[in-house]
Design a protein. Structure first.
Length: 672
């Protein structure tokens, strides 16, 4: 009978290659764990006092001539262990998670491997040494086997030299602190488990002694009752408060370590879930937790470098199984963070009432525990508000559908309308409150800006006019990469100050050609050329039957040239629009007809030449403004509104809203 031939070289070539420093150290960690297991097997419950593992690492940043040795005082390569060593994929240590591939990873990582071991063979003490070589056959070379004369009852020493250029050379750390950091993280569960030998690790000139050095940085530990669930069975969670050095050189501060067969397979940062960097009286503490269980042991790959379930499952285990206990363990720093968040949320909902869908405590529950950035908190609240509005809209539709029933009476109609309004009232009040607060703020700020612009009429302050532009100008100039500057409709404006019909009107044209207007506004420091002395055309989307033209004159201006008569300017632009030869701001033809109604507004102080030019115009009802209605030429009118009257009228129109919201008093910007 014939047997399949085993090609060890090809087998090792197919092993996953490291993508980070932790994975590159895995062959070394396998050697250390083998040594720990050997001492546990020999000394049992006395291993903490009698077992010893020595690790020596010689490394430099160039990673040339890397040398590593691992020695232990375990049972050594006795007959049972020798058979296991010379058998690939052995199940010798399957009960403790051994998969028989650690030695293959040695061959994949290191260029030269030498081994020496003493062991008991009946009454005799034997010594065995050999080289372990990556080859298709005869991997055990230079084997020497003799009787020991030093009386050593058991030991194992493996020496590694040189890194293979197959991913290990690139990813293997070149600094001692990285070796210590990854080693401590990887063996943390073993070091604190109570059945660990003394492990002495020397990297260069630095020496650390485990588990002693671990307990020097772990200030508090707690193990809740077993975590039981249908999906993950029984899990054991150990919570630790550590010195911040425990997280040095790690990508984060607070971690949950997922353990399989006493090895750290994955360390997951939970910084974003906690929201703080350090905690404790001295602000030098970090959090670490160790999670173990049969489910993790059964779902780890053979190299013990990753779990076989998706990353999303790691997050689910953290959220559902770990975080409730983490929050209890870290109750004090979390409470301190919540106080800060309460103020942040209160500030947000005070400015944006539409996202206040409940009391502060309720709002906190809708924001991830670790979230502290105001914009991110607003985003979470806004999403929750959207979801609630969707649910509310469904309720309202369900209620209103009842009105289609043929059996509807006057009483059922009233009750249905009342129920629908109750669903609608709370959310609409919040949105309306936010809208009203914005309007009050705009009017208060506009009042200050007008005063300043008038006072500085001889020394123009473009910074203030830039703020004024952001409110009332329906057009802006954008820089387009590769295409220069381009005029575009502003995404929002506050032209409701003039007339409520302008609230949702969109800009579509100006009396000056777009390229000339863009050229005049070439510098961002000249917002005045977009605001003043230009006739801007607006209309409701899709409605060509009504056009609104708006022109602003600088507040306080008295002198005008003869060709700056605003009536002539507006009428001239109306004539151009009616020729249907112009394009809008998007480059599409403007199509109007003689039925189009033009609502034209000139906002300026009615003084000097402007007063003389419009002396014969009809006065408005309050006597403060003037209206011109042409007999022929176009349908519509031109209304002249003074800046002070504009502000007063806008305040009067909105006074009832401000009163209801309790903000009708002094300006938001009054400091006294």
């Amino acid at each position: 009978m014939a047997s399949l031939q085993h090609n060890l070289v090809k087998r090792i070539e197919r092993l996953p290659k490291p993508t980070n420093a932790g994975a590159a150290l895995q062959p070394l960690f396998e050697a250390i764990m083998n040594a720990i297991h050997a001492t546990q097997e020999r000394f049992g419950d006395s291993v903490a006092g009698l077992g010893r593992v020595d690790v020596n690492v010689a490394i430099n940043r160039k990673k040339s001539n890397v040398t590593v040795t691992v020695e232990d005082n375990g049972l050594g390569l006795n007959e049972k262990n020798w058979d296991a060593f010379t058998t690939t994929d052995t199940d010798n240590k399957i009960k403790i998670g051994g998969k028989g591939v650690g030695r293959l990873m040695w061959l994949d990582c290191f260029e030269r491997i030498s081994i020496q071991s003493t062991y008991a063979d009946g009454e005799q003490r034997m010594i065995k040494s050999f080289d372990f070589v990556l080859d298709v056959e005869n991997q055990i070379r230079n084997l020497q086997h003799s009787q020991s004369t030093d009386g050593d009852t058991g030991s194992f020493s493996v020496s590694f030299r040189g890194l293979r250029d197959n991913g290990y050379f690139d990813k293997f750390p070149g600094r001692g602190e990285f070796v210590f950091q990854h080693l401590m993280s990887h063996f943390l569960p073993t070091f604190i488990g109570g059945r660990c030998p003394v492990v002495i690790v020397r990297v260069g000139d630095e020496t650390r002694k485990y588990p002693e050095d671990i307990f020097n940085i772990v200030y508090r530990t707690e193990t809740p009752p077993k975590l039981k669930s249908k999906e993950y069975g029984e899990l054991t969670l150990t919570l630790m408060e550590c010195d911040k050095i425990a997280s040095s050189d790690m990508k984060g501060d607070h971690f949950i370590h997922f353990i399989a067969h006493d090895r750290t397979v994955h360390s997951q940062s939970i910084d974003s879930k906690l929201g703080f960097k350090y905690f404790g009286e001295d602000e030098k503490r970090v959090f670490h937790a160790i999670l173990t269980g049969k489910y993790l042991d059964e779902h780890v790959n053979q190299e013990r470098t990753a779990f076989t379930f998706p990353d999303s499952e790691l997050q689910e285990i953290i959220n559902s199984q770990c975080m409730p206990h983490v929050e209890v363990f870290l109750a004090e720093p979390i409470a301190a963070l919540k106080k800060i968040r309460v103020q942040t949320i209160d500030d947000i909902v005070s400015t944006y009432p539409s996202v206040r869908f409940g009391e502060i405590e309720e709002l906190q529950k809708k924001v991830p525990m670790g979230e502290t950035a105001p914009d991110a908190i607003y985003g979470h609240l806004a999403r929750e508000r959207f979801r609630r509005d969707v649910r509310q809209a469904e309720k309202i539709r369900d209620v209103m559908l009842r009105l289609k029933d043929d059996k509807v009476t006057v009483d059922t109609f009233r009750s249905t309308i009342k129920e629908a309004s109750q669903h609608m009232e709370e959310a609409e009040q919040r949105s309306l409150a936010e809208y009203i607060v914005r309007r009050k703020g705009v009017l208060d700020l506009l009042e200050i800006l007008l005063e300043k612009v008038k006072d500085e009429s001889h020394t123009v302050n473009y910074q203030r006019e830039d703020v004024l532009h952001s409110f009332i100008c329906p057009v802006r100039v954008n820089n387009i990469p590769g295409a220069g500057r381009k005029l575009e409709a502003s995404s929002s404006h506050d032209l409701w100050i003039i007339d409520e019909r302008l609230t949702f009107a969109e800009y579509f044209s100006s009396d000056m050609e777009f390229h000339k207007l863009s050229s005049l506004a070439e510098g961002d420091e000249r917002p005045d050329v977009l605001i003043f002395d230009q006739v801007h055309g607006l209309r409701q989307k899709g409605d060509t039957s009504k056009v609104m033209l708006v022109e602003f004159k600088r507040p306080g201006r008295k002198d005008y040239d003869y060709d700056e008569n605003p009536q002539q300017q507006v009428e001239g632009y109306v004539r151009k629009l009616l020729t249907n030869t112009l394009d809008d701001v998007r480059g599409r033809p403007i199509k109007l007809d003689n039925k189009t109604v033009f609502y034209c507004y000139i906002v300026a102080d009615i003084v000097g030449k402007l007063d003389a030019w419009t002396f014969s115009w009809q006065r408005t009802a309050d006597g403060r403004g003037r209206i011109y209605t042409p007999r022929d030429g176009f349908n519509g009118y031109i209304e002249l509104i003074g800046w002070d009257a504009l502000l007063a009228d806008a305040k009067a129109r909105n006074a009832a809203f401000f009163d209801s919201a309790g903000i009708s008093g002094k300006s938001f910007f009054t400091t006294d």
